[in-house]
Design a protein around this ligand. Structure first.
Ligand code: HEC
Length: 302
């Protein structure tokens, strides 16, 4: 072995170790983060992880030989397609509440990238680099829109596709309990745990209180004959100070007044729970929009 190849080997090993470290960081990320992130940022994480896995593949790829290796074209073509499927957008919110499966999903993305780059490099020496650029670009491109969805169908009964809402209501974060969740998933949970479900239906069926399906953004008839649009401040008032506005057809004083203390005040500086409930109500409506959605935290606002 000449001094030159030794040098080259050292560079290869270094690139391999760096690539492996980056890929590993990306794979275990779902288990160790989360501050709030948007789907776009999350896809950029995929791109970074793919770059690491690709570098690792290039570092371990076979040195060039002359014999025919045309079969490698198959994994080179199929692996990126599988990687793309693993980033299927509608499962994002679901994955966010299942960190271990999310980690496996990341592992899948890293491994398909590794295989794609390795196979391309084995097929034609040098093609691996092109594949690396392609896969990383594909992952990054997903951040531009492909990964934006209103969430998993079993949590939402919504057909609306407002990008802004989807982004913010899909924002994931770790709760005090260590659990990772999204705004609308948390809202759906609170709907049950805080007892709202006892009086409010979400599927349009009859319930003691007004149903939440197609509530946000729709006009509400008041007992004094006026109408108000169910925008954010209306929903907020109805939840926190239900005595203030009386809806036509519903008795005053039935909706409990205790929620204000449970959702606002110094113990709830960001009103995450209140906003989560209102996000959830928004996901149930065809007319939800900017005015009915909770304010987006500065960190998420573009
Ligand atoms: C004991 C039954 C009951 C429970 C429990 C209850 N509500 Fe209500 N809610 C009502 C009634 C009745 C009204 C109509 C109030 C009125 O007309 O003054 C109402 C109205 C509302 C409205 C306005 C709906 C509209 O059509 O404009 C919202 C929003 C709301 N409740 C949210 C909540 C949330 C959030 C919870 C749980 C944290 C909750 N409610 C728990 C009975 C209930």
């Amino acid at each position: 072995m000449t001094a030159g190849t030794k040098q080259l080997n050292r560079v290869r090993i270094a690139i391999g170790i760096i690539g492996a470290a980056i890929a590993l960081g990306g794979v275990i990320d779902p288990l160790i983060s989360h501050e709030m992130t948007t789907i776009a940022v999350h896809h950029l994480l995929h791109a970074g992880m793919a770059a690491g896995a690709g570098l690792l593949a290039l570092a371990v790829a076979l040195p060039g030989t002359d014999h025919e290796r045309s079969l490698w074209i198959w994994p080179a073509v199929i692996a990126p397609a599988i990687g793309l499927l693993l980033m299927w957008p509608s499962e994002y919110a679901w994955l966010m509440s299942h960190p271990w499966l999310h980690m496996l999903d990341h592992l899948g993305i890293a491994l398909t990238t590794l295989l794609a780059v390795y196979a391309a490099q084995a097929y034609v020496r040098g093609l691996g680099w092109l594949m690396l650029v392609l896969v990383v670009a594909m992952d990054a491109a997903c951040a531009g829109g492909f990964g934006v969805s209103p969430g998993p169908s079993f949590l939402l009964h919504s057909t609306r596709q407002s990008t802004g809402t989807a982004m913010a209501s899909n924002a994931s974060f770790r709760r005090g309990t260590g659990e990772i969740t999204t705004m609308h998933a948390l809202g759906a949970k609170l709907y049950n745990t805080m007892g709202c479900s006892g009086c409010h239906s979400v599927d349009g069926s009859k319930s003691p209180g007004p149903g939440w399906k197609d509530l946000a953004g729709y006009p509400q008839k008041l007992s004094n004959g006026k109408t108000m649009i169910a925008d954010y401040s209306f929903l907020r008032t109805m939840i926190l100070e239900p005595g203030k506005i009386d809806l036509a057809g519903y008795p005053a004083g039935v909706m409990p007044v205790m929620y204000k203390a449970m959702l606002t005040g110094p113990k709830h500086p960001h009103e995450i729970r209140l906003n989560a409930i209102i996000w959830y109500i928004n996901t149930l409506s065809h007319k939800a929009g900017k005015t009915s959605e909770p304010p987006v935290p500065d960190r998420l606002a573009k």
